[in-house]
Design a protein around this ligand. Structure first.
Ligand code: GLN
Length: 478
């Protein structure tokens, strides 16, 4: 395969149909055992190609879906024992749309259980390894998708982002990760974690590749009541606009404490590149941003405790054997089906929603959420984009943070505020620290994905970080 970029792959498939998918199937077969990036690998296309494949936007493009998107007749586990044997009878909106545009599904990627985690270590199917250093985590929860794209096992993959789960693993694996505006992409058939925060997005090699996929994936879906009915711009055409004159607010909050100094330097270097390309930089502070982690860890568990109530061992999912009576069936099925992190979230969520604590925790967190969104909107009146580091550190070691949930939660400190505000954001590779990738975080106003992608594209035109391949995963290696 000469080029791994989406445009070239579509062109190659037009000339030699099936060859592109074959190439990636071979890479998955050769490398997945090192990474554990896939929970399910498909040898055959689960559905026929669209009849007018020639006119599809992404004809022949191999894709992998995070195992949180339901796929008809293909097992969908959400990284949990609870859904270990679940074969859905229908496709998620995203899956359907991308298949209609000619994407070829090669597999389902590994993830933290029910998307709760920042390291992929909560998956029932074992941790994913970071292709840059197999002893380190790929980030989470879309770690399987990020590792697979980084190692060249798939050109693009879907992910979901509730508090950073696309951008954080993208940063730690050195790929481009895009979380669209809440409501831009359908949540129909995307297994719910925290419905007011969950949003589907893309992990790709470049902003250009992400633009190709977003154009096919975005749009209104009447089956998701929070999906927004507004036209989908041509994100690919908009890439050409560049960033001359674009005002970028640098989120100074992120440089205060906890940031690895070398990561900080790479981000400052990246911002200087933006400046050279014609952007105008200024400093911005969001007064309530520091409250985003505490607010999120009240709201997300509250919503998850409600969403996960459906896994009762009766309708679908894991069912315990030998239950004494109905309450015992619920108790045993849920105790056996869920892992420790999911149980912790359900307990926190049930607590903050309970009578007597609801006002003190849940309502208070909702008020803080509003203040955070207002901070962002206020800042975006004076600048076009906000920028900062995606994560405080490069990838950490497997097992390093599993004993201490609070340290783990702090890994999303820069990404979570964006979900609370519902805004679009992306992470682009911005250099290496100790041989490990670092991500630059860009945030835009509501539905301004086009500007954010254009800025990232301009940056990638001037840098080569997004083209780096982890040692041992070169196209010639196997
Ligand atoms: N790491 C965060 C959490 O554990 C965010 C997860 C996500 O975005 N799905 O909740």
């Amino acid at each position: 395969m000469k080029s791994r970029h989406v445009r070239a792959l579509i062109e190659a498939d037009r000339i030699h149909p099936g060859q592109v998918a074959r190439h990636y199937r071979e890479r998955i077969a050769a490398f997945n055992s090192r990474l554990n990036a896939f929970i399910t690998v498909l040898d055959q296309e689960p559905r026929a190609r669209p009849a007018d494949a020639g006119r599809c936007l992404l004809a022949g493009l191999p894709i992998a879906h995070k195992d949180i998107f339901v796929t008809r007749d293909v097992r969908t586990t959400c990284g949990s024992r609870m859904l270990g044997g679940f074969v859905p009878p229908y496709d998620a909106g995203v899956v359907e749309r991308l298949a209609d545009q000619g994407c070829v599904l090669l597999g389902k990627t590994n993830m933290d259980e029910f998307a709760m985690g920042s390291s992929n270590e909560t998956s029932y199917f074992g941790p994913v390894r970071n292709p840059w250093d197999l002893e380190r985590v790929p980030g989470g929860s879309s770690g399987g998708s990020a590792a697979a794209v980084a190692a060249g096992l798939i050109p693009v993959a879907t992910g979901t982002d509730t508090g950073g789960s696309i951008r954080q693993p993208a940063a730690l694996c050195g790929v481009t990760g895009l979380k669209p505006t809440y409501g831009r992409v359908s949540r129909y058939g995307m297994i719910a974690f925290a419905s007011s925060l969950d949003q589907a997005g893309i992990l790709a090699r470049s902003a250009e590749d992400a633009a190709w996929v977003l154009r096919a994936m975005a749009g209104h879906d009447p089956r998701d009541s929070t999906s927004v009915n507004r036209p989908v711009p041509d994100y690919v055409a908009a890439l050409a606009q560049g960033i001359r004159g674009c005002r970028i607010g640098v989120l100074e909050n992120c440089f205060d404490t906890g940031l690895n100094p070398e990561v900080g330097e790479r981000i400052r270097d990246a911002l200087r590149v933006m400046e050279r390309l014609g952007a105008k930089l200024c400093d911005i502070r969001l007064p309530h941003l520091a409250l985003s982690v505490p607010a999120y860890y009240v709201l997300a568990p509250a919503e998850c405790s409600s969403n996960l109530a459906r896994y009762d061992g009766v309708r679908f999912g894991h069912r315990a054997q030998d239950a004494q009576d109905l309450p015992d069936l619920y108790r045993r099925s849920r105790s056996e089906g869920f892992g420790a992190e999911v149980k912790r979230r359900i307990l926190i969520g049930t607590y903050v929603l309970s009578h007597g604590y609801y006002d003190a925790y849940y309502l208070q967190a909702q008020r803080v959420r509003r203040l955070i969104r207002e901070d962002f909107l206020h800042a975006l009146e004076t600048v076009d984009l906000l920028a900062g580091p995606t994560t405080p550190t490069p990838a950490f070691r497997l097992g390093e943070k599993t004993e201490d949930p609070l340290t783990m939660y702090l890994n999303d400190i820069y990404t979570i505020g964006v979900n609370l505000a519902g805004l679009p954001a992306l992470s682009v590779p911005a250099g290496l620290v100790g041989g490990l990738p670092v991500g630059l975080h860009l945030i835009a106003g509501d539905f301004n994905e086009a500007l954010m992608l254009a800025a990232a594209h301009a940056f990638q035109g001037a840098t080569e970080w997004h083209d780096l391949v982890p040692p041992g995963f070169e196209e010639s290696a196997s």
